[in-house]
Design a protein around this ligand. Sequence first.
Ligand SMILES: Cc1ncc(COP(=O)(O)O)c(C=O)c1O
Length: 450
Amino acid sequence: MMCPDRSHFLHPFTDEKALSQKDARVITRGKGIYIWDAKGRKLLDAMSGVACVNVGYGRQELIDAARTQLEELSFYSNFSGSSVVPAVNLADLLCEVTPPAINHFFFTNSGSEATDTVLRMVRRYWELAGQPQKKIIISCQNSIHGSTVFAAALGGTEEVRQRRDLPVTHTELIGQPYYFCYGNALAPELFGIRAALWLEQQILKSGPDKVAAFIGEPVQGGGGFIVPPASYWPEIQRICEKYDVLLVSDEVVCGFGRLGTWFGCGHFGFRPDLITFGKGVTSGYIPLGGVGVSDRVAESLIDRGGVFDHGFSCSGHPVACAVAIANIRLMQRDGLIRRVAEESGPFLRKRFLELKDHPLVGAIETCGMTAALVLVKNAQSGQLFDVDSKVGKLCRDICFDEGIVVQAAGSRMMIAPPLVISFAEIDEMIGLIKNGLDRTYHDLQKRNML
Ligand SMILES: Cc1ncc(COP(=O)(O)O)c(C=O)c1O
């Protein structure tokens, strides 16, 4: 089928010219962990959209919440002294599930806007603390914090940042806690400490009196579901406290149960000053993001900050907040987080680890309802493919052809299925991935790439 959207619709993160040579994949329906395209083909969505659809597609509770709220009050803003009931109720409910010190919430439409909101809050916080020169925000190589101008300046590699050439100052990148690539035969726990010390080195280089905050993803999501050693985050916390640097946990991917805890910081046992969230807060049913603010930061902004000169027309949109409430209530009612931690997460890990025997697989990592494997030229020697081999994309496309949606980050193949996935569906998913790996292997053999 020729895709009718091609004439006018510009897709995000897409080479439009390349897309015009083939059909776009038009998705028209979703139920549970499956989606269907316009040709009626059924696909197992092992990526939950883009790590959004935590409770699966087509949940009636969320649909009803949206409809009821649309009928009651379709929109009003929360600017300048007004509020809408669902925004107030959502903030109350979030206190039940976020870390104990996080008790105030600012709503945005997306994770990217949440990152920008963090910048505005952090700057204001240090101004009010009499240290306006504390402006630098440090993030990790290969992280993703969004696509607004500031958020984009925090993510990617140094090379990507240069290419983007964004008019943003006062940001610094440090190395990522990626053991498989940078572990250098150190014990993982030792590597975790070493990677955290890269933050200390950067703080000392920039000057502790100039560094405002460090932002990181508990598990680097879009970078390839890279799980840091357990020693990493506690050491990051120690360093932030030592130099009085605010600690920001980007929970846009890890939040709302993805790692088997409500938030990724809970999994790794650290206490952020601010958290950002998006995606899973509504299971992607409707756009919503936000920032959770710790008592330390909130007290300063509220008691001494005056007007916080920041917000969006749809901040705390009543329909989005009503859907988020229904989503969180559903997760609580069905014990989804506990299920990921104790049942489906361990089962996914057990089954995914079986792929380790495949001749294309060099390393495997799983955490909660996320998993990733590294494609290698030679599993015995661990020899990697060339950076520009595009082997990840090849495998992703073959998997799609097999009937499963996975994602590639370089040579890392990733999955993050809906948290509601059943054991039988995990079995089916592993079978499809295995078929995809087998076909990729034969394809690479034919191309003499092994
Ligand atoms: C960790 C992380 N933070 C922030 C964002 C940006 O969120 P959004 O696409 O909702 O703006 C993303 C997007 O993928 C992300 O992965």
